[in-house]
Design a protein. Structure first.
Length: 340
């Protein structure tokens, strides 16, 4: 299982993301708002480093939720999608028009492979997770039946690596290889909005050079403290000047997190908490204080200095711009002396 294991397994909650688009699976092609897909041959370098080749350019694509949102942002519509929670709540999908797209799963690790086979896919798209050496939906812990999805067509995806910017660029390249017009005006507008959001974020962070930040995911039995080394959006924040704290002792078997007992919840004292936004909202701050009184031993939590963190789900320029604007607003109001 990947970066959100604490949320799903410990608290039985799940992930989120957003995008835009529409769908129709009746034809043989999934490309819309895009140029006609080139006939082939086709190739793409997967996040694992493997070069995947085909005689013809794939047109019938099955994609994991966030990856589907990325492709749809460039006008490439999948014939099928598998998600980790209800498509009505998954932030990857909740604002998309999914009419005509076959929904193949709405729970992590459970994919209807028979239904997927009926779609006659020629490509499966899922992020590559380096720490687990697996694509989204095919990691250790999923149902064995679900893993048979990989037998239906080649699997490719961009690596969840060191930067969400690189991830977005990777899916732009994949969409381009599939025939998308990546220079379309609406795509350029999203990129410009993202670039402006980054500039504003950098200015806000530079104005508070002593502000320290920590990303966390509370659960019933533990407080999970995020390790930026395995969280590309946190690495982006660090590269733009934000002082995101690196944990001292990540879990050796699952290094996305340092696992803190609630008795040791105050091991780190940031000025601002980035609260796992996949299943929690900043309003949950008070709720966690009631459930786990030691939550308020963290000075920032007691002060309400909490903002949602777009944990592990960002795939598009537009979504990243929206989330950066929220974080920028939080930085501007944050007190860099809370954690002292």
């Amino acid at each position: 299982m990947r970066a959100w294991r604490p949320v799903l397994v410990v608290t039985a909650l799940s992930i989120a993301l957003a995008g835009c688009g529409s769908a129709d699976t009746s034809g043989s092609s999934t490309t819309t708002a895009a140029s006609a897909a080139p006939s082939g041959p086709w190739s793409f370098t997967d996040g694992s480093g493997k070069v995947v080749k085909a005689d013809k350019t794939p047109t019938r694509i099955i994609a994991h939720a966030g990856e589907a949102a990325a492709l749809m942002s460039f006008g490439i519509k999948p014939v099928g999608i598998y998600a980790d929670e209800s498509v009505k709540t998954d932030a990857n999908l909740k604002d998309l028009d999914l009419t005509g797209i076959e929904i193949l799963g709405q729970e992590w690790g459970k994919i209807d492979v028979e239904k997927a086979a009926a779609l006659r896919p020629d490509l499966i798209v899922g992020d590559w997770w380096p720490a687990e050496k697996a694509h989204s939906g095919l990691e250790e812990g999923v149902d064995e039946k679900s893993k048979k999805l990989a037998e239906l067509a080649p699997v490719v995806g961009v690596s969840q690596g060191k930067s969400i910017v690189d991830l977005a660029k990777g899916y732009e390249e994949l969409a381009k290889s599939l025939g998308a017009k990546v220079d379309a005006p609406e795509i350029a507008a999203n990129k410009k909005r993202f670039e402006d959001a980054v500039a504003t974020f950098k200015e806000a962070v530079a104005a508070k050079p002593d502000l320290t930040v920590a990303a966390m995911s509370p659960a019933d039995d533990k407080l999970y403290f995020a390790n930026p080394e395995y969280a590309p959006e946190l690495l982006d924040f660090q590269s733009w000047g934000m002082k995101v704290i690196n944990p001292e002792s990540p879990d050796p078997g699952f290094p996305y997190w340092e696992n803190l007992s609630w008795e040791n919840a105050d091991k780190y004292q940031p000025d601002l908490i980035l609260f796992d936004g996949r299943s929690y909202k900043p309003t949950s701050n008070a709720e966690w204080g009631k459930k786990q009184p030691t939550w308020f031993k963290i000075k920032a939590a007691k002060a309400g200095a909490v903002v949602a963190w777009p944990a592990y789900w960002l795939h598009t320029y537009g979504d990243f711009a929206t989330e950066l604007d929220k974080l920028t607003a939080a930085v501007k109001t944050a007190d860099p002396n809370i954690g002292d």
